[in-house]
Design a protein around this ligand. Structure first.
Ligand SMILES: [Zn+2]
Length: 149
């Protein structure tokens, strides 16, 4: 289950809508409680999408941004618990590219949430979250609740 802080959700909405019609991406910072499948998100942090050539349907999260945001999270006793990206005019289901990328690049992160936000005609239309289990994406429930340490 993914639990989103309402402000984090608003930040993602702004980011995905202002980036439209391009695909934008970022990281979810929060806590993953030990022994639980529950990821609690405190903040959503935008990262650069390096894939400018096909920015409408591909994203490539900047590794430099990843390191910077991860370091910052650690210093505040948070961790990266997932990644989000937008699907401009496309349903919030992971594409085959998303699956391959999750497998290849984020291989060590089977416990991450992959949140996808659909933006239709410039407005957020839907959001769904996915977890990778042995190479297959399964949908997880999303709840919106204020983050508490
Ligand atoms: Zn995608």
């Amino acid at each position: 289950m993914l639990i989103l802080d309402p402000e984090a959700e608003n930040a993602m909405r702004d980011h995905t809508e202002s980036g439209y019609p391009h695909e934008v991406c970022g990281l979810l910072l929060g806590r993953c409680d030990a022994g639980s499948e529950m990821r609690r998100v405190a903040e959503a942090r935008p990262a650069a999408n390096l894939n400018l050539e096909r920015a409408a349907d591909r994203y490539e999260l900047s590794p430099a941004d990843f390191l910077r945001i991860e370091r910052e999270a650690r210093s505040r006793e948070l961790e990266v618990v997932g990644v989000y990206h937008s699907h401009p005019d496309h349903p919030s289901r992971p594409s085959e590219t998303d699956r391959l990328r999750a497998e290849e690049i984020w291989q060590s992160s089977e416990s991450w949430s992959y949140l996808i936000l659909e933006v239709a005609s410039g407005g957020m239309a839907s959001r769904r979250s996915w977890v990778l289990k042995q190479g297959i994406f399964a949908e997880e429930e999303i709840q919106v609740l204020p983050f508490r340490r």
